[in-house]
Design a protein around this ligand. Sequence first.
Ligand SMILES: NC(=O)c1ccc[n+]([C@@H]2O[C@H](COP(=O)([O-])OP(=O)(O)OC[C@H]3O[C@@H](n4cnc5c(N)ncnc54)[C@H](OP(=O)(O)O)[C@@H]3O)[C@@H](O)[C@H]2O)c1
Length: 312
Amino acid sequence: MKSMKAVCIYTYGGPEKLVYEDAPCPHPGEGEVLIKVHAAAINPVDWKIREGHMKEMLHHTLPLILGWDVSGVVEAIGTGLVRLKLGDEVFSRPDISRDGAYAEYIVVRESEVALKPRTVDHVHAAALPLTGLTAWQTLFDAGGLLAGQRVLIHAAAGGVGSLAVQLAKWKGAHAIGTASARNHDYLKKLGADQVVDYERERFEEVVEPVDVVIDTLGGETQDRSWKVLKPGGILVSVVAPPSPEKAASLGLRQAFVFTKPDASQLSEIAGLVDTEKLKVIVETILPLSDAARGQELSERGHTRGKIVLRVV
Ligand SMILES: NC(=O)c1ccc[n+]([C@@H]2O[C@H](COP(=O)([O-])OP(=O)(O)OC[C@H]3O[C@@H](n4cnc5c(N)ncnc54)[C@H](OP(=O)(O)O)[C@@H]3O)[C@@H](O)[C@H]2O)c1
């Protein structure tokens, strides 16, 4: 059986539980492709799963290969494929309930894969799927953001926020972000209309009412976010479901998004990158064998843009 290098966990716990080792190379089945991984991005969900925080929800069997953001080349195809062919350069946010992309190869369903943007390399393409889909599905699918509306994006300098600010501007909305002072110039260059220094100001005191809030922090940030919404506005969270009772009592709306793979949204995102509407920001590039260091950096909570593992 062919083997590959991969980063797995056998038990839940800290970064020391990540094992860089030889693992069996998977085979594509019906409707699936085998991708030769060139790069895999790190997301907070990777270390949340590693720590066991999501085991009730996702029911993984261990050992598990982590990492659900990939860019690479189609190396083998299963049966019944309709779009992809050998040699296609692709990117994907694979199904999070299956093995991930901290590996030399991954099997992914065709429905989760799109051609990568032509104008960026695999490291930058790998930084896009999970956060790009999250930004898209929170702003547009759940938030219904329209041109001329106002949106407050929390943690705007992070992986999700950096793309959400740009997508909101592309849509023609007014984008407001929260970040520490070190990220204000960065966010203005990405197009943010207003940046709030969360270490020195209370956003609900300095932000005029908005139509949509994107909550990437939960806790008291989510609690305080109700105050900045216009009547009928919507609080969209990706970290903790906002209370429907609270929303109703305030005449507001709420939604919780758990991002879904979506090849057609990925194609739209690739098109925006190739037409220079969307910049991909990668702060740190590490080898696959340094996944533990990448997760430690992510877990500190101050990544600007993305951390990516280069595999090839
Ligand atoms: N439900 C889903 O499907 C889904 C999908 C994607 C992400 N998520 C979750 O969403 C969260 C964000 O993900 P991400 O990938 O964007 O994370 P990330 O890249 O690690 O976010 C880092 C950013 O957070 C900012 N930050 C930290 N504390 C802040 C605060 N109090 N106020 C404002 N900004 C703050 C930092 O800016 P400074 O350095 O300036 O502080 C940094 O730029 C994570 O918890 C992740 O698990 C959920």
